[in-house]
Design a protein around this ligand. Structure first.
Ligand code: PMV
Length: 329
């Protein structure tokens, strides 16, 4: 039996502007995890044969079962991978198998479990993909560098999210803070001094694809104006990286409020997010902003460690459906 896990994530700075080539920072959230467990169904099935792809290829897939009890899913790889679009769980498996040129697996169960809230901007989809890819690599006794694993998970992200920047799969694969510039730089970086973040979920599920499309429309309407906003967000992300690496993390607080205001101007905040940001500030948070696609999903607040429970409570009172306190180190 093989098990592999991957953490959730939050975007600290730079969402939306990252789609337009500006830098962003994201960090893993290790309190929540996606886990994939592979269990062979018959004796001696740990051995994997390599065969040429042929007309029988679907029949072995029927003996590979994918179970995700959290979402009430139990089906075989074939049924899930032949949908249009294919199911992301099956696609993560088949994308890896084809990259490895493996076209057969012994009968097995792939059991998927995740404590990462779904559709909340915490990267649940990318985490499940990365855990699936890692579990299969271990099962097949093969190795791929993190960059390849991240690129494969990106293929799965693309299936459902159109043209994601790739930040989710990067931070989740590296499981470290990442400085990211789309198509150019993925740099895991060092946290000089640990800091505490409270994550609060508005409970509103809002497709990132739509907010990304709306921001693009806005930009098309007046590129010069919105490019300046993206530039400011990018500069904030740059500054924040220096702070995280070398300075007192509380200096990030004002940058978070500033980044939130810029996201408001991009129309991706909403009243629930604004209310939570306001509540966090009143409860003594050093900084707060929406995180991810916006219009719902999560916001984050930078807090002094001892103040985290009080800020979480204030966020719950202001309507948060769930709060998570996480230490970034
Ligand atoms: O909603 P999330 O957490 O997956 O974040 C989306 C971040 C965006 O910058 C809005 C889109 C992207 O692909 O980077």
């Amino acid at each position: 039996m093989i098990t592999a896990s991957a953490p959730g994530k939050i975007i600290l700075f730079g969402e939306h502007a990252v789609v337009f080539g500006r830098p962003a920072l994201a960090v893993p959230v290790t309190q929540v995890q996606a886990t994939v467990t592979l269990a062979p169904l018959s004796e001696g099935s740990g051995r994997v044969k390599k065969r040429r792809a042929n007309a029988q290829s679907a029949s072995w897939q029927k003996k590979v079962l994918i179970e995700a009890p959290d979402i009430g899913l139990a089906s075989n790889l074939f049924a899930l991978s032949s949908g249009d679009p294919p199911h992301p769980l099956a696609f993560a498996a088949t994308v890896l198998l084809s990259a490895l040129e493996v076209d057969w697996l012994p009968p097995m169960t792939m059991r998927v479990h995740s404590t990462i809230p779904v559709a909340a901007g915490l990267g649940s989809g990318a985490a499940v993909s990365v855990a699936m890819i890692r579990a299969l690599l271990a099962f097949l006794d093969r190795h791929l560098p993190d960059r390849r694993i991240s690129a494969l998970a990106y293929e799965v992200e693309r299936l459902h999210h159109g043209t994601p920047s790739g930040i989710d799969n990067s931070v989740i694969t590296f499981a470290r803070p990442v400085y990211f510039v789309k198509d150019h730089i993925i740099e895991p970086f060092h946290v000089g001094r640990p800091f505490t973040i409270v994550i609060a979920d508005t409970g509103i599920s809002a497709p990132t694809k739509e907010s990304v499309a709306d921001v693009r429309r806005l930009w098309q309407s007046d590129a010069a104006r919105w490019d300046k906003v993206f530039d400011k967000i990018g500069e904030i992300a740059q500054k924040a990286r220096q702070i995280v690496e070398n300075q007192d993390p509380s200096l990030m607080g004002p940058l978070m409020f500033e980044n939130h205001a810029l996201l408001q101007s991009l129309t991706v905040s909403n009243s629930a997010l604004d209310r939570l940001v306001h509540a966090a500030r009143r409860a003594g948070a050093l900084g707060a902003k929406l995180s991810g696609g916006g219009r719902g999903g999560n916001m984050i607040a930078l807090v002094r460690k001892e103040n985290a429970p009080a800020v979480a409570e204030a966020l719950n009172s202001a309507g948060a459906q769930r709060t998570i306190i996480t230490q970034v180190e």
